[in-house]
Design a protein around this ligand. Sequence first.
Ligand SMILES: [Zn+2]
Length: 289
Amino acid sequence: MHSLGKRSWLVAALLLATTGISAQQALTAEQLIAKMREAAGIVPGPNTVDTIKAGDPQTVVTGIATTISPTMDVLRKAVAAGDNLIVTHEPSFYNHLDKTDLYPNDPVLAEKLKYIADHKLVVFRWHDGAHAHQPDFIMEGWKAKAGWAEAHREPGAPMLYTAKPVTVAALAEQLRKATGAKIVRVIGDPKLVVTKIAYAPGAPGAERQIKVLERDDVEVLVGGEIPEWETISYAWDAQQQGRHKALILMGHYTSEEPGMDNFANWLRKTMPGLRVDFIPAGEPYWLAH
Ligand SMILES: [Zn+2]
């Protein structure tokens, strides 16, 4: 390539870079979500819950806020930061499908919907895609947060981690410190020494949690949440039968929130020039003494 050709190539590259950035800034929520999915290699299935839950898809995106749950405080922080596309892992309106007609006269729901409308926010759920991405954004986020460098996962299986011998009480305390959680609930003998740990976050249901606890290569399951009469009673019975099993419940949001921080980092790398904030929702509980 002669020098003139090289210079015009440089000019062209510079122009491309400039238009690339301004084009990115002018993306609508709908376009940005499509671009994000494409970059993540996610083709949404027909029954996916990953849809826009509120707001106008044609809104030009000024910034993205990722979160585990779009609580009122998360929405306020996003507005203060100048982010108008909220990408949430979990529902916005207190049910899995985000139906807004279940409680037609509810003041809490009405105020939340009004806040989103008044501030022209767009709320998009990124649940199925976050887990389907290779590697799973949520699993990877936990791995980093818990410091489980050698944790591994087979497709469709929980993430498995082999620790140096540790008591269930010490493990729960380690994870509480690592996540900054206030409340970690444990079922089982606190003095039980374990090495074989499984992580299955969120609310996968009792059947999946119990099948994880049945495995010979699992002594303790680190999970999110479940009703007391399901996996909690199972783990309680296992303890009362003297079995080498325990259950650590981090809380649904605590167990998955690091994944949305991980996803925000990926977005920044994948779509440079885009404003991306991870806004932690934190924990809804406090401890009564
Ligand atoms: Zn999840």
